[in-house]
Design a binder for this molecule. Structure first.
Ligand code: HEM
Length: 72
């Protein structure tokens, strides 16, 4: 993720990474997801996907969300 590479850096980069980690935590625990269409990663100038890696998401009522009452 590009947070600036020159003399100035993003002041919120650690907060942004924490938010992404929390989002991914809830995504993998509470949702089933699959690729909506094939996409091929490229790595230059940074890792990205031409189509943005679209996914299809479906909520699952698993043990974790039942125990915590989580709705996210
Ligand atoms: C994925 C999320 C984020 C990305 C990719 C990102 C990226 C960037 C980039 C590229 C810059 C410019 C660096 C430069 O001037 O060369 C910047 C600056 C900045 N960002 Fe972020 N940012 C993100 C999230 C956040 C968050 C969540 C906050 C605060 C809550 C934040 C606060 C700032 C501030 C205050 C600056 C200006 C820093 C300065 O001028 O010294 N950013 N960010």
């Amino acid at each position: 993720m590009p947070y600036g590479g020159g003399p100035r850096l993003c002041a919120g980069s650690e907060l942004a990474k924490l938010e992404m980690a929390i989002f991914l935590h809830h995504l993998v625990l509470n949702f089933r997801w699959e690729l909506a269409e094939p996409d091929q990663a490229f790595v230059y100038p940074f890792v990205d996907f031409p189509k943005g890696l679209p996914i299809r998401v479906q909520r699952i009522a698993d043990e974790h969300s039942v125990l915590t009452g989580s709705t996210v």
